[in-house]
Design a protein around this ligand. Structure first.
Ligand code: URA
Length: 436
């Protein structure tokens, strides 16, 4: 087989066989096929598209390029959740203890990643002592005992995806539905869960900016999962404003704890109940999603979900005192409010720009080696539809580096659009995609 011929074949819009796709993926991962040929192939894919079958074959080839996590040692049905990412997305911090409290094991390996805030791992590390580097044995023991463990990814799950993604990022070939779907699903499948719940975000703070593309992405990923024997569903959810009020690391942990106490933001709580109910229904703990929501609500009301959070933090060596006293989380030296310049109602909040404000305050990293300021971030006081008066605080910003503050304030003010008419209330859930 020659890479040249496969580029030509795709350029002409023909379908590649599973063997041909595997030749490309393994050849590139092992460094046998050069970047420039893969770049050309990716561009051919971008214009000619992959069929559903080719997309599944690409996914499985990437799964087979590296290690696969074997969760068979963990008793019970294993369900994983994945979000395509957004601003203020701390759902894992709420869902992990909530779903574990329902008796369903949550085994999570997370990457650190780049972005406007840290990933789940960085957020958890804002809890003093929290250890994200468990050995495999510790990981499995904890899952058996506590039902939840979240660790930093060590081995390489789907290393082919890492190489492909890096190249897509510099060749304008990221935003193709088949390539995104196979990238995300290869990592989820390699991570070992039997069932997968996807949270596909849509809006100004998400990868997918329009609803049709979001549903297309959701359907493609659900199709991949189900065609390789992983029971997969997707919720398409709103990211046209940040989720909840907090954006950062420690501030998001505090908000997740509040949510487990039943005092969290409504949009975050609604979303967590919906995602969590899908997870425990797939695990067979409840007969359907409606019962699942009721069950999870009871676990929050009774304090069982919060107790599971304490147990989880303690098991990973963290200071569980943060659950009762969020003041034990890292506190920023500097905090300032951003005040509204107009009267009216909040019409829109540019979520992606709010993410950039968090980054400006020091909450995220632009390069792998950058250090995160765990205390940096922001809390919004107004969301879409809220009434605002001139001089009222729109948000409070936090940082340990005062030189970052003036620009962050200026940026935050520009993220809000305030107008005279009260907009319609927004739904957090736009729809559900299942394999049926
Ligand atoms: N996230 C991923 O993991 N892969 C993509 O291709 C896009 C978003």
């Amino acid at each position: 087989m020659r890479m040249y011929d496969l580029i030509m074949k795709k350029r002409q819009g023909e379908e590649l066989s599973a063997e041909e796709i595997d030749f490309i993926v393994q050849g590139y991962t092992r460094g046998i096929i050069p970047d420039y040929q893969i770049a050309a192939w990716l561009m051919a894919v971008y214009f000619q598209k992959l069929s559903a079958r080719e997309t599944v074959d690409l996914t499985m080839s990437m799964v087979n390029s590296g290690e696969k996590l074997d969760l068979s040692k963990v008793p019970g049905p294993k369900v994983d959740k994945h979000s395509t990412g957004g601003v203020g997305d701390k759902t894992t911090l709420v869902l992990a203890p909530m779903v574990a409290a329902a008796g369903v094991p949550v085994a999570k390996m997370s990457g650190r990643g780049l972005g406007h805030t840290g990933g789940t791992i960085d957020k958890l590390e804002s809890i003093r002592g929290f250890n994200v580097s468990l050995t495999q044995q510790q990981f499995f023991q904890q899952l058996e005992k506590v039902k939840v463990a979240v660790v930093a990814q060590t081995g390489e799950l789907a290393p082919a995806d890492k190489k492909f993604y890096a190249l897509r990022d510099v060749t304008a070939t990221v935003d193709d539905i088949s390539l995104i779907s196979s990238s995300i699903m290869s990592k989820k499948i390699a991570a070992g869960a039997e069932s997968i719940v996807l949270d596909v975000k849509v809006g100004s703070g998400a990868f997918m900016r329009n609803i049709d593309d979001a549903f297309k992405l959701a359907r493609t990923m659900v199709e991949i999962g189900n065609s390789v024997g992983r029971n997969t569903v997707a919720l398409v959810t709103d990211m046209d404003q940040p989720l909840g009020f907090a954006v950062g690391n420690a501030v998001e942990v505090a908000e997740a704890i509040d949510t487990l106490k039943g005092r969290g933001p409504r949009d975050l709580y609604t979303l967590c109940l919906e995602l969590g109910a899908q997870m425990i229904a797939m695990a067979g703990v409840v007969p359907n999603v409606e019962e699942g929501k009721k069950h999870l609500q009871q676990l929050v009301d009774s304090g069982a979900a919060l107790e599971k959070m304490r147990e989880f933090i303690t098991a990973q060596n963290g200071d569980a005192g943060v659950v009762d006293d969020p003041g034990k989380l890292p506190q920023a030296k500097y905090q300032e409010q951003v005040l509204a310049g107009d009267d009216g109602y909040v019409q829109a909040i540019a979520a992606d720009e709010v993410g950039k404000v968090a980054m400006q305050l020091g909450a995220g990293r632009a390069a792998k080696e950058d250090k995160i300021d765990h205390a940096a971030g922001l809390i919004l006081h107004k969301k879409i539809g809220d009434k605002v008066q001139t001089g009222e605080p729109l948000a409070t910003l936090y940082t340990n580096d005062s030189s970052r503050m003036p620009q962050a304030k200026e940026m935050l003010l520009k993220t809000y659009t305030i107008g005279a008419r009260q907009p319609e209330p927004r739904n957090i859930i736009h729809g559900l995609v299942t394999g049926q």
